[in-house]
Design a protein around this ligand. Sequence first.
Ligand code: PRP
Ligand code: GUN
Ligand code: MG
Length: 152
Amino acid sequence: MSEKYVVTWDMFHMHARKLSERLLPASQWKGIIAVSRGGLFPAAVMARELGLRHIETVCIASYDHDKQGELNVLHRAQGDGEGFIVVDDLVDTGNTARAIREMYPKARFVTVFAKPAGASLVDDYVVDIPQNTWIEQPWDMGICFVPPLARK
Ligand SMILES: O=P(O)(O)OC[C@H]1O[C@H](OP(=O)(O)OP(=O)(O)O)[C@H](O)[C@@H]1O
Ligand SMILES: Nc1nc2[nH]cnc2c(=O)[nH]1
Ligand SMILES: [Mg+2]
């Protein structure tokens, strides 16, 4: 990926709240299925905003840092997703989203960020990101010292 898009906690929170707003009224949902691990972050914000307390997970591993391998489903919430919101932090190639759609055909599947290759696979998302751009999520970063420009 040639470009980088840095996401702060504040911005992530704001986007996740916006996504929640579009899922009103909350009474139509039984709960949330978070695509772990990335989806756990928006799921927590959405659960709070929508007053939902039934949270399930589908645990998928595929990326080793920025290289994607085979999808490995370690755990999956039961059912076809009816009445549930399935949330992931982002859709990139769409490989994860395709697997999720097959597992939960009746769920509403949403993400915070979407790149063009996967955008059509989700029912809704908040932020468009170019395909050549790596999204640096706040939970993968830390605050660190930056040396002054005029360092001796
Ligand atoms: O559209 P794709 O190309 O499939 O990529 C999207 C997936 O990649 C990341 O998860 P990852 O597999 O890195 O695991 P993590 O959520 O545990 O960090 C992200 O959270 C999505 O789930
Ligand atoms: N953090 C992060 N994980 C990803 N998994 C697939 N694409 C991305 C991305 O752009 N950023
Ligand atoms: Mg993920």
